[in-house]
Design a binder for this molecule. Structure first.
Ligand SMILES: [Zn+2]
Ligand SMILES: [Zn+2]
Length: 227
C-alpha cells in the first residue's frame, strides 16, 4: 500500500509505515501479524499489520485499528470480533505462542494483563463484563492476549468452535496462565482428545444454565441477557 493511496491519508507517519510484497497487500487474517526483518542473524519484529488498501480496504479508513501502542505492546481491535468489544494485546517481541513462554516472560505477561485492564478502562467498560485470557489452542502464530466482552453479540460469532474456544477450559484466564508458567516453567499443550472434547461440548450459556441446541438458538438467547 505504498505510494499515493487513500490509506495514506488515514495513518500517521510517526507511528506507521508502508510495507508491501510484489502485487500483494494485507488481507483477511493478516491483522496482528508481525512484519519481521533479519538483523544480525536474528529476526526482529518491526511492525504489526493493521491497515491495508486492496483487500483490506475497509480497515484503511478505520482509525481505531491500532488502539494503543506502548514501548512493549500494541493493542488492536480483533478484525473478526466475537463480541461487542474484542481486542488483542500483542507484544512487540517476537514470541510465536504460549508454548514458547519461559519464566523470563512472566513480567511481560504481567504487562500484557495490565494493558488489557487499561484497555477496558479506556473504552469505558467494566472489568466484570470482560474476559481476559489466552486460547489453549491458539489459531494465530503470534502470542496474543484476548480481551473480550462477555456479551458475545457479534455477527462474526458463527460456530460452536468459536463459542467453545472462549467459553470452556480452552480459554485460559490471563492470571491462570501466569500461575501455570510460574509453577511449571512452561505451558503444555492439551492432548488432542481433550481439545476435541471441549470443542464439541454442548452450547452452554455463559450467564445461566440454558443449553442451546444450535448456534442460532444460542445467539437469540444471548440477546435476552443484553437488555
Ligand atoms: Zn486467539
Ligand atoms: Zn443464559
Amino acid at each position: 500500500m505504498c505510494g499515493k493511496s487513500k490509506a495514506e491519508k488515514t495513518f500517521s507517519k510517526k507511528d506507521n509505515f508502508c510495507a508491501k510484497a510484489e502485487n500483494s497487500d494485507s488481507c483477511k487474517g493478516d491483522s496482528g501479524g508481525p512484519l519481521v526483518h533479519e538483523k544480525d542473524g536474528q529476526y526482529v519484529v518491526y511492525g504489526i499489520v493493521s491497515l491495508g488498501y486492496g483487500c483490506g480496504r475497509k480497515n484503511a479508513t478505520d482509525p481505531q485499528a491500532i488502539l494503543i501502542k506502548s514501548e512493549l505492546l500494541t493493542v488492536i481491535q480483533d478484525k473478526y470480533p466475537k463480541a461487542k468489544h474484542h481486542y488483542l494485546i500483542l507484544p512487540h517481541q517476537n514470541i510465536e505462542s504460549i508454548f514458547q513462554l519461559k519464566r523470563c516472560h512472566l513480567s511481560l505477561l504481567d504487562e500484557m494483563e495490565l494493558m488489557a485492564k487499561n484497555t477496558v478502562e479506556i473504552i469505558g467498560g467494566k472489568l466484570s463484563d470482560f474476559k481476559i485470557g489466552y486460547h489453549a489452542q491458539p489459531s494465530m502464530k503470534r502470542l496474543h492476549l484476548h480481551t473480550i466482552s462477555n456479551d458475545f453479540i457479534s455477527s462474526s460469532l458463527k460456530t460452536k468452535k468459536h463459542w467453545n474456544s472462549f467459553n470452556t477450559d480452552l480459554f485460559i484466564p490471563a492470571r491462570k496462565l501466569y500461575d501455570m508458567l510460574e509453577n511449571q516453567g512452561k505451558i503444555e499443550r492439551y492432548p488432542a482428545h481433550v481439545v476435541n472434547t471441549l470443542l464439541s461440548q454442548d452450547l452452554q450459556c455463559n450467564k445461566c444454565s440454558y443449553i442451546a441446541e444450535n448456534m442460532s438458538n444460542l445467539k437469540q438467547h444471548l440477546l435476552l441477557h443484553d437488555k
